[in-house]
Write a protein that binds this ligand. Structure first.
Ligand code: CUA
Length: 319
């Protein structure tokens, strides 16, 4: 298992990739400006409340009435306009900085396709297809290796979001979007779909596994191998309608509606991040997928115990 360190979604103060850094700095600038505004407004308010509070013996006296002051009106128009201009310019700069980055030599290219409710992950140049777990190389100062991601959708709008690595980018049908990440910390980063896409939107989780160059190369090599075969269970699997939706490399299973299963055992989770990939969970998933993730597109195959054992044995052999 790679990516032993699990980076929590929550720690927004420790971005680990340049697009997330830029967003973090921008957020800090906005926070600082808002804090300054809050302190001045609250300060003036507090001063006024104390300085001009009602005093004994003044009950029947009206305070002086002031109408119109050009200086004050100009000030409270110009200052907010300046603040808005500064914040918009800073935002435009960060946005263009992130969006205009060109893939350098050595960049990894991946295509991520949102499905209800899982992520298809392809590396066209490497000939790899997997699901829910995007493996990328670690980027170092000596060897910068960003990963450029093309985002597509097979059905409705989804949004790819791994908070510590980059901002959200939508995966929209028939409108490919692109983004990039350049993680400089090893480990597994958690993300999730950030656009409501149906019943299991909240359970459309994803992981980015950041590995040093050599470990990434080993992963690539093992994913490129044709799936290992366990012949006894394979025959049963191939005789069932599983193969209409799932692919296993080197076999006639070539379905594309569901996740590619060629190296299923190399993945950390089942059901798009919902369950750890353990033998018990896998068996239960095959038996009653609707109980584990209601509404997902995998039907109950009504397997008897013997078929269940064989399919489970076969899938467990796909490393
Ligand atoms: Cu996919 Cu929300």
């Amino acid at each position: 298992m790679t990516g032993d360190v699990l980076h929590a979604i929550g720690n927004i103060f420790r971005p680990a990739s340049p697009p997330a850094d830029s967003i973090y700095s921008l957020a800090m600038l906005v926070l600082a400006v808002c804090l300054a505004i809050f302190l001045s407004v609250a300060g003036v308010l507090t001063y006024t409340i104390i300085r001009f509070r009602r005093r004994p013996g003044e009950a029947d006296r009206e305070p002086p009435q002031v109408y119109g002051s050009n200086q004050i009106e100009i000030a409270w128009t110009v200052i907010p306009v300046l603040i808005v201009v500064v914040l918009s310019m800073a935002t435009a700069r960060v946005t263009s900085e992130i969006q205009n980055k060109k893939p350098p030599e050595g960049a990894v290219h991946a295509t991520v396709i949102g499905h209800q409710w899982w992520w298809e992950i392809r590396y066209p140049a490497l000939g790899i297809v997997t699901a829910n777990e995007l493996h990328v190389p670690l980027s170092t100062a000596a060897q910068p290796r960003p990963t450029f991601i093309r985002l597509e959708s097979a059905d409705v709008a989804h949004s790819f979001w791994v908070p510590l690595l980059a901002g959200k980018t939508d995966a929209i049908p028939n409108h490919p979007n692109s983004m990039w990440i350049e993680p400089r910390v090893e480990g597994t980063f958690l993300g999730n779909c950030a656009e409501f896409c149906g019943l299991q939107h909240a359970n459309m989780l994803l992981r980015v596994v950041v590995q040093p160059a050599d470990a990434f190369a080993r992963w690539v090599d093992s994913e490129r191998l044709t799936a290992r075969h366990d012949h006894q269970g394979e025959r049963v699997f191939m005789s069932l309608s599983c193969i209409n939706c799932h692919a296993v490399s080197g076999t006639r299973a070539a379905g594309t509606f569901g996740p590619d299963l060629s190296h299923l055992m190399s993945r950390q989770t089942l059901g798009a991040g919902l369950f750890p990939n353990t033998p018990e969970n896998l068996r239960r998933w095959i038996r009653e997928p609707q109980a584990m993730k209601p509404g997902n597109l995998m039907p109950n195959m009504q397997l008897d115990d013997r078929q269940l054992d064989q399919v489970h044995g076969y899938l467990s052999s796909l490393r």
